[in-house]
Ligand binder design. Structure first.
Ligand code: SF4
Length: 668
């Protein structure tokens, strides 16, 4: 891998490298990247999906490399603007003081944090609720209108974002995350300094991370909050504007400004009213789509397709949106004018009011974004976007969503064509031994490829046991009973030490409720992924518990790293196919001639391989993977799952023998 990466850099080629667990992947790209950067005076950007990997690179691998090779290698982490505190906004907030409980909590946290932070990076503080994160956004460097020149004098070089960017400019290696990589260029934020050499680790996540970063969603409540922050003549940002300019403007100009504020307040009120009607109309439309049936356990998601827009019921939604737009246009115009006036008098404003223009600009930008997305959702869809509405069963109004259909074209435009050499790597890039799926998703037709196995001896360390006599998952109750039965027996035999991977939270809950009391009698604890603890905290607890079983869904199919005996059994309850009705999955599936074989299957195989990879983390690990979905045996596609795994010992047998076989394999 090291040689291949070095060659790709030397020859200016793009490369896809799959390297199994234990290869030492990060060193295999860090060494050539570091030497290339030092010798050619070229910056190399390294993108990861998880914070864990970022931390590992910056706190362990790169320092090791520096020490061992004796090189003066400068490496930094650079994040999106919204991660850094903006001292100017903070100062203005501090002078005005918090106005509500959320602001008060964030105020307290930041005040305390500022005593010791050297980075100004929000990862160092806990911002728990969405409301707190909203307050943070208003204090962050998110406003891309700022430049070092505009505020160097006020922030005195204390701006964490500009310091981080400055450090990145002088670094050999710049570590970023996938979300930043493409949004930075696609949305024109330009946070990253120029670079020609790029390494994308955990590359199987690039599409999902970019999709999430570019996706837009909005609820009526978001809009309500935004307009309430805007306020009116006596409160909020508009109230602040009038207080700040009193005494600065002549009486008559001030009078005009007050009238403008009055007008904007009225328009904002009308937008709020009409927007409520608009979201209510969407809700009515959704109800009509389910023919008045009450909502079940799951949220209802309706894609907005050309055919949807032709339905008579959609007409009401269109009319309601037209009403919103009628009020939005003068509101936007008014806000723009207020922004101009503020900029004109900025110099005369007090220190505490310097943030006013940027405070006004925030809601303006968000309203423009809202208008653009809603216009295309309702009337003028773009071919490269997916639109849908979603309603929960909790009585709240629906949310509206927009996401990119394909990120391949962005990759082509901003990455493949722009950069001299790009390396994509991960332990799982191939499905059924081929890179085709990834190439297709990322428009990576031209890249070279290299697939390296794992140095681990899976044949002696991992046993794959496929149960052949349980009902298929289509028989929901039968399959569920078999899963519960298998888990109880297995866990009793192994004293826990098991990770069970599910594809739905509902099945996880059902299983947990059924098995937890039975296992409790044997002093075995059942930990389940849920709304409370974060996956990270749950893993820590599982690692340190003596007799425990961990039940997880999505986040646990990968990223779980429990070496040693604490994890000796991995159970795959069901093959990890995506939910076909998910709007993004459904829209993407439609772009294939054979959606199942070309899209759903490779996605599921990639995740299956990720899941399997949780078991053996070191040379000395030993364990059993039990597959409780016999479609790997009965379906034509099943063998593709098995063939995608590293060569391990495979046994196919009845449920009744799984315990004994596991015992023998683990020498229990
Ligand atoms: S440059 Fe100024 S306005 Fe921009 S984030 Fe830094 S301190 Fe804030």
């Amino acid at each position: 891998m090291l040689r291949a990466v070095a060659q790709a850099f030397n020859r200016g080629r793009h490369l896809l490298v799959e390297a199994g667990t234990g290869t030492g992947k990060s060193m295999a790209y860090l060494i050539p990247a570091a030497l290339w950067s030092l010798q050619n005076n070229q910056r190399v950007v390294i993108s990861t999906n998880t914070i864990n990997l970022q931390d590992q690179l910056i706190h362990k691998d790169i320092p090791d490399l520096r020490r061992i090779l004796g090189i003066d290698l400068r490496a930094v982490v650079l994040k999106g603007r919204a991660n850094y505190l903006c001292p100017r906004r903070w100062e203005s907030f501090r002078r005005r003081g918090p106005e509500n409980a959320d602001e008060m909590r964030v105020f307290g946290k930041v005040l305390n944090w500022l005593r010791y932070t050297t980075t100004g990076d929000r990862a160092e503080i806990n911002l728990n609720s969405p409301a707190e994160r909203q307050v943070w956004l208003r204090l962050s460097a998110e406003d891309e209108g700022c430049t070092a020149d505009t505020c160097l004098k006020t922030s005195g070089g204390r701006c964490p974002f500009f310091r981080a960017r400055q450090a990145a400019l002088g670094a050999h290696l710049v570590v970023v995350n996938h979300a930043l990589l493409l949004t930075d260029v696609a949305l024109g934020h330009r946070v990253l300094p120029d670079y020609d050499y790029l390494i994308i680790d955990e590359a199987h996540h690039l599409e999902e991370a970019t999709t999430n970063a570019l996706a837009f969603h909005v609820t009526y409540y978001d809009l309500e909050k935004l307009l309430s922050a805007l306020g009116g003549p006596k409160h909020g940002i508009l109230g602040w504007l009038l207080t700040a300019t009193q005494g600065v403007l002549t009486a008559s100009t001030y009078g005009q400004l007050a009238a403008m504020v009055e007008g904007v307040t009225n328009h904002a009120f009308q937008v709020e009213q009409t927007a409520r009607r608009f979201f209510q109309e969407v809700e009515r439309f959704m109800r009509e789509q389910r023919e008045g049936e009450p909502l079940g356990t799951y949220a209802q998601q309706e894609r907005i397709l050309p055919a949807t827009r032709r339905q008579p019921a959609w007409l009401q939604v269109e009319m309601a949106w037209e009403e919103v737009e009628r009020c939005l246009n003068p509101l936007l115009e008014g806000l723009k004018q207020l922004g101009q006036v503020t900029l004109e008098v900025q110099e005369a404003l007090s220190e505490a009011d310097q943030e006013l223009a940027s405070a006004l600009n925030g809601p303006y930008r968000r309203l423009v974004e809202f208008t653009t997305h809603m216009n295309s959702l309702v009337f003028e869809p773009r071919e490269d976007q997916i639109y849908w509405a979603e309603v929960q069963g909790d009585g709240t109004l629906p949310s509206l969503h927009v996401a990119p259909l394909h990120i391949g074209s962005l990759m082509e435009r901003y990455i493949w064509q722009e950069k001299a050499a790009v390396i994509l790597t991960s332990a799982t890039l191939t499905a059924a031994g081929e890179f085709d799926y990834l190439r297709n998703r990322l428009n990576a037709a031209e890249a070279d490829e290299l697939a390296l196995g794992s140095p681990f001896d899976y044949e002696t360390s991992a046993l794959l046991y496929v149960v052949n006599d349980i009902p298929e998952p289509t028989d929901r109750n039968g399959h569920q009973r078999a899963v519960e039965n298998a888990l109880v027996r297995l866990c009793r035999a192994t004293g826990g030490r098991a990770l069970v991977l599910f594809t739905s939270y509902e099945q996880l809950r059902r299983t947990s409720t059924a098995i937890a009391p039975l296992l409790a009698r044997e002093d075995i604890l059942v930990y389940e992924q849920g709304e409370g603890a974060s996956p990270h905290a749950l893993l820590e607890t599982f690692r340190s518990a003596e007799r425990a079983v961990l039940l997880g869904t999505r986040a646990f199919w990968e990223g779980v790293d429990v070496p040693g005996e604490a994890l000796s059994v991995l159970v795959i309850a069901r093959l990890p196919f995506d939910v076909p009705s998910d709007p993004v999955v459904a829209a993407r599936a439609e772009t294939f001639d054979d959606p199942f074989y070309e899209y759903s299957l490779p996605e599921a195989i990639l995740r299956f391989r990720q899941g399997f990879g949780r078991l053996i983390r070191t040379q000395s690990d030993r364990g059993v993977v039990v597959v409780l979905d016999r479609r790997v045996l009965t379906k034509k596609y099943g063998r593709l799952f098995l063939e995608s795994l590293p060569p391990c010992t495979v046994k196919v047998g009845p449920l009744s023998e799984v315990v004994e076989t596991t015992r023998r394999w683990l020498n229990l």
